[in-house]
Design a binder for this molecule. Sequence first.
Ligand SMILES: NC(=O)c1ccc[n+]([C@@H]2O[C@H](COP(=O)([O-])OP(=O)(O)OC[C@H]3O[C@@H](n4cnc5c(N)ncnc54)[C@H](OP(=O)(O)O)[C@@H]3O)[C@@H](O)[C@H]2O)c1
Length: 331
Amino acid sequence: MIAPGLRFCSDGFPEADFLNRDFSYPGLFDPIRPMKTVLTTGASGLLGRAILRALAPHTDWQVRGTGFSRAAPPLDRLNLRDRTAVTAYIKTLRPDVIIHSAAERRPEVSEKDPTATEDLNVAVTRDLARLAAGLNAWMIYLSTDYVFDGAKPPYRPDDPTHPLNTYGRSKRDGELAMRDVLRDGAILRVPILYGEVERLGESAVTIIAESMLQGRKPLTLDDWAVRYPTLTDDMAVVCRQMVEHRFSNPGFAGTFHWSGNEPMTKYGMAMRMAPLLGYDPACLRANPAPGGGPPRPRNARLDCAILEALGMGQRTPFAEAIVPILRPHQR
Ligand SMILES: NC(=O)c1ccc[n+]([C@@H]2O[C@H](COP(=O)([O-])OP(=O)(O)OC[C@H]3O[C@@H](n4cnc5c(N)ncnc54)[C@H](OP(=O)(O)O)[C@@H]3O)[C@@H](O)[C@H]2O)c1
């Protein structure tokens, strides 16, 4: 079947403009409609790796990912701060969706180098959103619960933001930057993440296990800030569901939250992990006061009602999810 309005260039390929239009016919397979391309930035990172795993079964999508210092095939190596390279890459790939997961997400590093953080988390986001807008592509911007101050949880997506540290401000400014140039994009805020790690220090959850495996006794941990550790594989399923939903509902856009629903402090996480690591829980000490470092929200619980109402989401219990994550790192 030839779609109405199809025009061909002299090289025999459909006109570029045609490639951007949606000629979906419910219930019909259109053999000339190009395959959707879904690009994930930060695909070498903690969350990006899980997103690629979640998208992989979609053999009807071209799934691509970029990394930087850790990029190895099949990922494309792309320095997102190199504007010329990014423009050339996006204009060549012409993605239908960009899941923008790359970021500087370590609050201490952001505090020390606010300029580089601002460039990656804000300016790069604005550039990607502009490119997406030019291609009529959709974009999901991964953001954080640190856009809130943690004083009045739970937070709905439209609650006022009030970040307490440089990292949180940069992610909030990244949200605004995307919104500025791509009004129908999606912001997806997530809390502390854990999942399959290359090394235990890679996530703020498994780094606690590293301290226990190093035999640090006693081990004093924050018992002040309430966190909602969220499995990257669960988060990645939400990203996939959002893309699927957008393909069948072109108006789907806005700000969304997803989070695990088990509140715990870092001390609480350690208490749950200790038996798995053969660490004596009696050697764990709870610190009831805010720890050092950049200020952080006490409880930035995210209200996930919107995505829940759409039937999206997956929540794997912490006690179940953490076992296979720690296993490869146990001595
Ligand atoms: N992890 C959490 O607990 C958490 C909590 C809330 C929100 N988030 C948000 O979730 C998203 C994913 O976080 P994550 O934990 O997966 O981060 P991550 O593990 O630190 O990964 C960061 C990714 O960004 C890439 N990157 C850094 N600088 C780059 C550059 N100049 N050019 C291209 N790529 C660059 C890295 O590539 P290389 O490593 O290959 O250099 C890596 O793939 C972020 O937007 C973050 O703000 C994370």
